[in-house]
Design a protein around this ligand. Structure first.
Ligand code: URA
Length: 203
């Protein structure tokens, strides 16, 4: 899969990849995952949008603010977690990534997860959930479910979550989203066990 002739990875970063002609044409840059290289909690989105393509970091637009707020509510900062995407280049007109594009990028994600080795992977929305679990997922009803999956031959505990953008067009999703983020912090052992602030020793 990681054929060096059409893409390379340096540590956790894909430094060059030409596997998806339409994405290579549309992107300004490759948007790699961001956050600690030993994070216990990794969030997985779909693909970069315009803001991410411009800034070179996942979830830096409105969806990112929703995620940041929910993390803050459980005492976490963005710098405590890793955030990455199924596909690392912006699809034109923000269309969904094609199956071939998801497959082309899968090896990079598998390698990232193998190196980071997180306790928990949180799939944000339908595309990442179905990509990782390899089945159809009704995200709204399955949000908060924990699944023991295999990703690239490696065992990975996965928590299904609605996409943060869903809370922007459907307020009824807010509680589902924030509850799932609280569950994620708990499952990754990043809270004090009472839903309170993490890292209390820092105060
Ligand atoms: N930004 C990302 O980086 N990924 C998404 O899925 C949505 C917004």
């Amino acid at each position: 899969m990681d054929d060096a002739s059409d893409g390379q990875m340096d540590g956790l970063c894909v430094t060059d990849c030409t596997r998806c002609p339409e994405l290579v044409e549309a992107r300004s840059r490759i948007v790699n995952g961001a956050g600690p290289d030993d994070a216990e909690l990794v969030f997985l989105g779909e693909a970069p949008g315009a803001n991410e393509d411009e800034k070179g970091e996942p979830f830096v637009g409105r969806s990112g603010s929703v995620l940041d707020d929910a993390l803050r509510d459980v005492g976490l900062a963005r710098s405590d977690v890793r955030i990455t995407n199924c596909v690392r280049c912006r699809p034109p007109e923000n269309r969904d990534p094609k199956v071939a594009e998801l497959e082309n990028c899968a090896g990079w994600l598998e390698r990232e997860l193998e190196l980071v080795d997180p306790e928990l992977l949180v799939t944000l929305g339908k595309v990442p959930s179905e990509h990782v679990l390899d089945r159809s997922v009704a995200v709204t009803s399955e949000a908060g479910d924990v699944v023991d999956a295999r990703i690239g031959g490696r065992a990975q505990r996965v928590l299904v979550c609605v996409h943060p953008a869903a809370t922007l067009y459907d307020r009824s999703q807010e509680e589902t989203f924030t509850d799932t983020i609280a569950r994620a912090a708990d499952l990754a052992n990043l809270t004090d066990g009472e839903g309170g602030q993490a890292n209390l020793g820092d105060f």
